[in-house]
Design a binder for this molecule. Structure first.
Ligand code: 26W
Length: 822
């Protein structure tokens, strides 16, 4: 007989024993008094045990082989729950479910028990998480570096239709997935001044004399790939006081003063900034950025020099750093500082190493999201870095002058320092200059980046610019979230598509298969029924599962135009009021998403949706033909439930504003059709699935700029379009706000007099195409064909494809196979 180890064995009996063992020894409970959370923890530890073996083999292999590694630096990692995903990647999902059930436990309830690490806002943070999954799956040695926020993105509640924010206490029940490594902490300096001195070789050097110091303690989480043993690390830094007591102050009787430093230091990693696409310029945010960047770079250098004994001069051959937007862009100056001041390297060589190490991904063109820091604030916090940035800038601008003599305008635009008014450090310019690769996240976005925001840089260094269209992991967003569809697909084409998503193309040959189409439709219906039950429980609203599930789920932002969707709803409502017997295809409009706490307009749009919902859902004239549902607290866990249930995916941003979008991919992969503009990755999705399987509307990005250049006047559209006017007037009249005509004034006013995101210009086109959607849905058979073709043709949008492109064209890293444990 073979006896399996309780910590690594995969037989059902072993799994059961391991769960009970962990319940006893880790949770310190016997079954009779164990809570659901105790069982969740016992189960999570059982899974973690099985990861750890692979993790240590991976780490040993990296130490031995010393491969080139990628370090993905990101202020956000929106990981979502780990348990289900790890079971999928370990290949023991079904077996574990059986083991758990044989113990008399509810497997689904245990999965549901996990408090998700919501350490990100939206697209950018979730992209980082998908990329970690793909890097591990493709056996790419990599580390994700970020911040272990004690509080992640706030939980959203709705009171009287308004968003209310609640602290996300995700660590309250403990986190079984992480291991603290206090022995590998680093110190990070802040403030103070610099001093020049002459070193023993007679060279002029600089010393930074800070006025405070914080410690970064790493917490490591294993990231296992799918069907491989490669297990990489997500290393998140937590801030701690260097000394928890200031003994001098303590002895002088100032107990509170002594503990103050501890409180102050630990504030650093306390909470995630909940804004996306809107900078705030807060000092604590810059402190967070510098804190995690400094810890991460020190960590890489220690691995390189101390653990591997390699010379610092070849640092860039062994490490490449991917900057996830400009949030970690201070890395350019920090690596320079470490090389110059701590390793005594000369400027030119330090710059060569730095520029050969860094690569920068831009995620947004919105001017209000481009990070810049007031020079005064920057210099008081990071005096040495400001000196280094001035030096980088001075040398660079000399080159620009040589290349483009007498072009002062260009110098002003390209300078890292914005001197047009108050002085600012422009982080995008710093990141661009300091990197060997600069990329956008969809074809159109990269094109606009080169044309617009980084135009001068692209002209000077065209070879550094490239596109890497985003992707999403099919493990989480198909296999885990849509088991029924996964089973059907696998029964037809086998399961290789999970690693090689292009194989979904084989589904095309089943489009003509009546039986297959019927199964496809049944599955969608069953999933819609689940969501309908959830809506019934959550919102007390009864929805018709035969209606179109028309879903817009994403952060709230004016450029994403949730309010355009609302104008469509009101237009349908007005038509029904005018003609109660009108024959329209029944629809359920579902919204989900959070607004930045300080973004009043976004919060007002949430209030508008809930107000319209109240009126429409209870109006007898509507007779259940339209329903409006706002689902609160949209997060990864919930998103996994939503994507599979959609018939229609709303991707309706103003063309040129959404860098890529990734929700668009998740919906379409799960068989939703898209109504969308020619924006971000929508363009590429439409190219792949075929124009006939995509509902296109609206202005193109270039038309948008043209109209704006000519002087856009939304009022003209309002006057000329009676349905648009009726919809706006309906809001304005107080009809949705119990007669309060003031409530939605800011929103309506902004639309009528500015309409910066061109809702009015796109309104008619949107309404017309929505009418086509309604008609198309009536032909269920044809709709099903389109749905199947959407899934079948989404192969390109696996994050595996994105990562393969980064590996080949940017990072130049070889995969390294890890031997499975025996
Ligand atoms: C400093 C404030 C701030 C915070 C976050 C500014 C900007 C951000 C992010 C760049 C916002 C973000 O998540 N952008 C999204 O990134 C996705 C992944 O590339 C894209 O798919 C989305 O289109 C883009 O909006």
């Amino acid at each position: 007989i073979r006896i399996e180890d309780d910590r690594t064995g995969l037989e059902i009996e072993t799994l059961k024993r391991a769960i009970l063992d962990n319940l006893f020894y880790i949770q310190g409970k016997f079954p009779e008094i164990a809570t659901l959370n105790d069982y969740y923890m016992a189960l999570a530890y059982t899974v973690r045990d099985r990861l750890i073996h692979r993790w240590l083999i991976s780490s040993q292999t990296y130490t031995k082989v010393q491969p080139r590694e990628v370090c993905y630096l990101s202020a956000e990692f929106l990981m979502g729950p780990h348990l289900g995903n790890n079971l999928i990647n370990l290949g023991i999902y079904d077996r574990m479910r059986q083991a758990v059930q044989e113990l008399g436990l509810n497997f689904e309830a245990l999965l549901e028990q996990e408090e998700e690490p919501g350490l990100g806002n939206g697209g950018l943070g979730r992209l980082a998480a998908c990329y970690l999954d793909s890097m591990a799956t493709l056996d790419i040695p990599s580390v994700g570096y970020g911040i272990r926020y004690e509080f992640g993105i706030f939980d959203q509640d709705i009171h009287d239709g308004w968003q209310v924010e609640i602290t996300d206490k995700w660590l309250k029940n403990g986190n079984p997935w992480e291991i603290a490594r206090p022995e590998w902490a680093f110190e990070v300096k802040f403030g103070g001044r610099t001093e020049r001195y002459t070193d023993e070789k007679g060279r002029s050097r600089v010393k930074w004399i800070p006025d405070r110091m914080v410690q970064g303690v790493p917490y490591d989480t294993p990231i296992l790939g799918y069907e491989t043993s490669s297990t990489n690390t997500l290393r998140l830094w937590s801030a701690q006081a260097v000394e928890s007591f200031d003994f001098r102050a303590f002895n002088a009787g100032d107990y509170y003063g002594a503990v103050g430093n501890k409180v102050f230091s630990e504030n650093l990693s306390k909470v995630l900034y909940p804004n996306d696409e809107q900078i705030q310029g807060k000092q604590l945010r810059l402190e967070q950025q510098y804190f995690f960047v400094s810890c991460s770079l020190q960590d890489m250098i220690r691995t390189h020099c101390d653990r591997r004994g390699l010379p610092i001069s070849i640092f860039h051959e062994k490490f490449t750093v991917q900057l996830n937007d400009t949030h970690p862009a201070i890395a350019v100056a920090e690596l320079m500082r470490l090389l110059l001041d701590e390793h005594g390297i000369e400027w030119d060589q330090a710059w060569h190493i730095t520029q050969s190490t860094m690569a920068y991904t831009n995620h947004t063109l919105l001017p209000e999201a481009l990070e810049r820091w007031a020079v005064g604030l920057f210099g008081s916090l990071l005096p040495r870095h400001l000196e280094i940035i001035y030096e980088i800038n001075g040398r660079f601008l000399n080159e620009v002058r040589l290349r483009y003599p007498k072009d002062d305008e260009r110098i002003r635009r390209m300078s890292i320092i914005d001197e047009s008014g108050d002085r600012y450090v422009r982080m995008a310019n710093l990141a661009t200059l300091g990197s060997y690769s600069i990329n956008g996240v969809a074809e159109l976005h990269t094109q606009l980046l080169k044309q617009d925001v980084l135009h001068d840089f692209a002209e000077m260094y065209p070879e550094r610019f490239n596109n890497k269209t985003n992707g999403v992991t099919p493990r989480r967003f198909m296999v885990l979230s849509n088991p029924r569809l996964t089973k059907l697909i696998t029964s037809k084409i086998g399961d290789h598509w999970i690693r090689n998503l292009q194989e979904l193309r084989q589904l095309e040959s089943f489009v003509e298969d009546l039986e297959f189409r019927s199964e496809w439709r049944q599955i969608k219906l069953a999933i819609k029924r689940d969501l309908a039950n959830y809506i019934q429980e959550q919102n007390g609203i009864e929805v018709n599962v035969d209606s179109i599930f028309d879903i817009q789920a994403k952060r709230f932002h004016e450029y994403k135009r949730q309010h355009l969707n609302v104008l469509h709803i009101i237009t349908l409502y007005n038509r029904l009021k005018a003609n109660p017997n009108l024959d329209i295809t029944p629809r359920t409009f579902i919204f989900g998403g959070k607004a930045a706490p300080g973004y009043q307009m976004a919060k007002l749009i949430i209030k508008l949706i809930n107000s319209v919902a109240d009126v429409v859902n209870s109006d007898p004239d509507v007779r259940d033909r339209i329903k409006v549902v706002f689902l609160k607290d949209y997060n990864v866990k919930f998103a996994q439930r939503v994507y599979p249930a959609a018939d229609l995916s709303e991707q309706i941003s103003t063309a040129g504003k959404e860098a890529s979008g990734t929700g668009n991919m998740k919906f379409s992969m799960n068989g939703a059709l898209t109504i969308g503009t020619l924006d971000g990755a929508n363009i590429e999705i439409r190219e792949e699935v075929g124009a006939e399987n995509f509902f296109l509307f609206g202005l193109t990005a270039s038309k948008v700029s043209q109209i704006k250049a000519k002087g856009y006047d939304p009022m003209q559209y309002y006057i000329a379009n009676s349905e648009l006017k009726a919809a706006i007037d309906r809001i304005n009249s107080g009809f949705f706000s119990k007669g309060d005509t003031a409530l939605f004034k800011p929103l309506v006013g902004s639309l009528m007099y500015q309409d910066p995101y061109l809702l009015f210009a796109d309104y008619q086109s949107y309404i017309d195409v929505q009418t086509q959607v309604g008609e198309a849905y009536r032909d269920q058979d044809h709709w099903t064909r389109m749905s199947i073709l959407n899934t079948a043709r989404m192969g390109k949008f696996s994050s595996d494809r994105s990562i393969r492109e980064y590996v080949k064209e940017v990072w130049k890293i070889d995969p390294l196979k890890i031997c499975p444990p025996n």
